[in-house]
Each structure stands twice: as structure tokens, then as C-alpha cells.
Design a protein around this ligand. Sequence first.
Ligand code: NAD
Ligand code: ZN
Ligand code: ZN
Length: 384
Amino acid sequence: MRTRAAVLHEAPGNWHVEELELDEPKSGELLVEMVASGLCHSDDHYLQGDNTVSRLPLVGGHEGAGIVRRIGPDVIGFDIGDHVLTSFIPACGRCRWCASGKQNLCDNGAIIQVGHQIDGTYRMHTEDGRDVSTLALLGTFSQWQVYDQMSLIKIDKDIPLEVACLVTCGVQTGFGSATTAGEVQPGDVVIVAGVGGVGMNAVQGARECGAAHIIAVDPIEAKRDWSVEFGATEAFATLADCAGRIAELTNGQGADVVILTPSLVTNEIIAEGFAAIRKAGTVVVTGVSNESEEGQVPGINAFMLAMMQKRIQGALYGMKSPREAMPMLLDLYRAGNLKLDELITRTYRLDQINEATEDLRAGRNIRGVIVFNTQSASTPEETK
Ligand SMILES: NC(=O)c1ccc[n+]([C@@H]2O[C@H](COP(=O)([O-])OP(=O)(O)OC[C@H]3O[C@@H](n4cnc5c(N)ncnc54)[C@H](O)[C@@H]3O)[C@@H](O)[C@H]2O)c1
Ligand SMILES: [Zn+2]
Ligand SMILES: [Zn+2]
């Protein structure tokens, strides 16, 4: 069948919305009609060339929600019409990591930057017959998409998919960065540096944990203002600007937890975060850096790391298992304890994706969401 998708042909570059050929779902795969996909800064890292897959062209997008329309052989636990969310880590449920409740570290994570499906072949092809990679085995910027069952999470149908899609990356990642990676405790002083689609949910996570002070840091004034609506108690433009206030709040000791969720992580910001925490404090590194950036994280004194018993904690997917975390986050939303609707600043059509990307870079949105033209008329025959 044919689908319309946002394709990256060269990096740095822009999305080209074009028609692609999409294969039938193979063993363990499902055809999904997409309803919505959020734009995460990780998508932009591929446009900018900070991160890459092994070959272009690439269909981007990983914060998706849709409806199962066709089921390939050997699929267990899904029905036609199911509402599903995408997981950017395809979790097998069987490897050591999945078996120990750490699905975010599933061994299949090793192939998310490669571009092809689990079996080494591609489901998407250009009109002239070239194979097309998909981001994280997903590629949610496509009206229709074929996913491995390991990448899909079935959810209840009561929550609109335009809203539910947000929990698949930004919300799980940010929330877990505070609750699980940062282990924020009641009464803590927490700094969240970068309050976009991910960081705003670190603010919400810290609030759920009972942090006494949540200091949002972002150079963009609108983000600082929004952060207060999500639970930040104060907001500053830079980490340096909040240093005096942190000293005042902690008797000079430093913050309990600093969560780094800026657009792009650099060694310098890790060092700044390290300097801002107290003894036995934690710096959570969630934001992505340019993957070619090497080095020893200059500015971090190894003696102080040991003697002050500080912790630098990398965090993938908020250190939470997608199949456990996403339904839990939707439960919190239903109970009125997690803001999701308010995260959506603007929705776009797929053909407006470059405008949406511009708005992401300019910091105009908390989250921009692509809403697809989901038409039951275009639904293929629903057969197993
Ligand atoms: N570890 C993971 O599993 C994971 C998952 C998703 C996203 N990410 C990464 O998290 C980061 C944030 O993603 P997002 O979608 O929220 O991006 P976003 O663009 O929505 O938000 C980033 C925010 O950081 C702010 N910022 C930029 N430089 C800053 C600085 N020096 N100090 C403080 N704030 C600064 C920007 O103004 C913006 O508001 C990206 O690097 C993304 O790739 C990581
Ligand atoms: Zn993401
Ligand atoms: Zn696994």
C-alpha cells in the first residue's frame, strides 16, 4: 500500500513529505493507522546530524499513537481496532533486562539507530525502489506504519490518542527522570534545566514526589512562565542565575537533584549540574548530546565525585519500563494528577512538519503534535 510520510534524505536537512510504498506486516508485525505523533527534540537531532541512523533516507517520529488495522502472522495479544502507543525501545520481555523489570534497557535497544526491522529488512520504500529507514523501529511521521509487536503498547480507548501519544516519550522520559532516575524525595530541592516537552514532565514528576522546591531553568521566558503552571516553584534563565537562590534554600549545600533536559547536552552543562548538587546529590543526564562528542566531562573533579559521594545518573526513557509506565501515566492523568492536555501548545498537519520543527527549535511550544487525517474510508480491509 501507499502512505504519506515525512522523510529525511540528507543531514543536516529538512523533512520532505512524500508518498512511500509500505509493505504488508510480516511475522510479529502490525499495520497501524496513525492518529497523532508528538515532535520530540530527539527527532530534530537527526535533522541536525547530532545523531544518525546507518543509512538515509529515514522516516522520523517516535512519539506516536494509532489504531491497529491489520495483523501479521505470529502476533499475540492485539486485535483489529486496538488503540496502541509506540515505544522507542522495542522491548522483548525475555532478555535479562526485560526480565528484571528494565524494559527500557532491552537488548533490542541496540538496533534503534540502525533503521531496519528486527529481521534486517525494510518495510518502507521510495517510489524508485530504495529502502527507507525508520527511526527507532518506528517512524511515526507516517499516516500508516508497520510496527513490530515489541514496539507497541495497547491502551484503553477512553483517552484521545492526540493526548495519549505524549506519554510515549516526553512524559515517560521526563517524569521518570525525576521519580526513578533522580529518586526525588519529599522536601527535596530540585533543579530542572530545560523545561520543554521532556523537562516539563520532570517538573511534574518532582511535584508528584513531594519536592519542596522545584527550580526550573530555561533561557526562554515563556517556558519559565509555563513551568510554574506545571509545578515549578521558581524559574531562572540559567543555572548560574539560580546558584544564589539554591545556596539560600540549602544552607549553602546545593540542590538534592539536578535534572538535565536541555535541547542538547554538553560537557559544560553536566559540569554545571555537578557543581550545583550537594554531597550525595544526583545529577540526572537525560538530554541527548552530539554522539560524536568525546571527552571526560571536563570540569568534574574526580576527587570531589568520590569524597562528596555525588552521583551522575544517565537516564534512558526515564529509567522506566514502557509497558508499565505508559498505562500508569494515563491513570495519573485520569485521576487529575498529571497534566497532558496543557502540554500541547499547537497541533499541525503532517505537511506542516517543517513549520512544527521551526517552532520546536524556536521554543514556541511545550509540545507540538502532528494530527493525521485519519479516515476510516481509507482503511484497508480489516483482515487477520
Ligand atoms: N534520555 C532519553 O531517553 C531521552 C528521551 C527523549 C528526549 N531526550 C532528549 O531530551 C532533550 C529535551 O528534549 P525536549 O523534547 O524536551 O526538547 P525541547 O526542545 O522541547 O526542550 C528543550 C528546552 O531546553 C531549553 N534549553 C536549551 N539550552 C538550555 C540550557 N543551556 N539550559 C537550560 N535550558 C536550555 C530550551 O529553551 C527548551 O525549552 C533533548 O536532548 C532530547 O533529545 C532524551
Ligand atoms: Zn523523544
Ligand atoms: Zn528485552
